[in-house]
Design a protein around this ligand. Sequence first.
Ligand SMILES: Cc1cc2nc3c(=O)[nH]c(=O)nc-3n(C[C@H](O)[C@H](O)[C@H](O)COP(=O)(O)O)c2cc1C
Length: 183
Amino acid sequence: MIKETIQNRRTIPLFDAERSVDQSIIEDAIIAASWAPNHHLTEPWHFYQLGDKKTAAYTELLYEVINEYKGPALAQSKKHKAGTVPGWLVVTCTTNAETNLMLVEDYAAVCCAIQNLMLVLWDSGVGTKWSTGIITRDNRFYDVLGIDRSQQEIVGLIPYGYPKKVPEPRARKELSQILTQTD
Ligand SMILES: Cc1cc2nc3c(=O)[nH]c(=O)nc-3n(C[C@H](O)[C@H](O)[C@H](O)COP(=O)(O)O)c2cc1C
């Protein structure tokens, strides 16, 4: 049931490093992502699946960037943790929309696509963590991936894999706090 999948999906901080994810699972989830609603059918998303070389370049850069902001100890621990992740996706949004409204709507559509992606993966037992850490806004990351920043912006860096542990959910607001029924 879709409701259970939505409620049970959790952001996964740690993955089983020994277990890789079948490519067909990833591709099915990307196809499902592309069925997200998108105004004017702009299909503003693009999915980058990192291979070994880009993953290595990313983890090197992660060390460099975190070291600059927070020092070598945290940089080393983040790099080590990144090395345990079975797979990485980067999702971008086109930024060549004609108006600001279309830009916002394209971004909204990409967010819907990411949610589709994460839910379909979760349905197959695969966890994700949508992240927007500083590296996703660093020009060097765009360079590593060969993404032209004048054409696309990164909306999420998404590590994926089978969860090592599923965190307990944090409670959401009550319905009465988020629903206003008008006359
Ligand atoms: C746009 C966006 C950016 C996020 N960026 C991060 C991030 O950088 N690091 C992180 O740990 N989680 C990030 N998250 C995940 C949220 O922290 C997470 O969804 C929230 O804590 C609720 O947990 P749940 O997904 O398990 O319900 C992001 C989520 C969204 C939608």
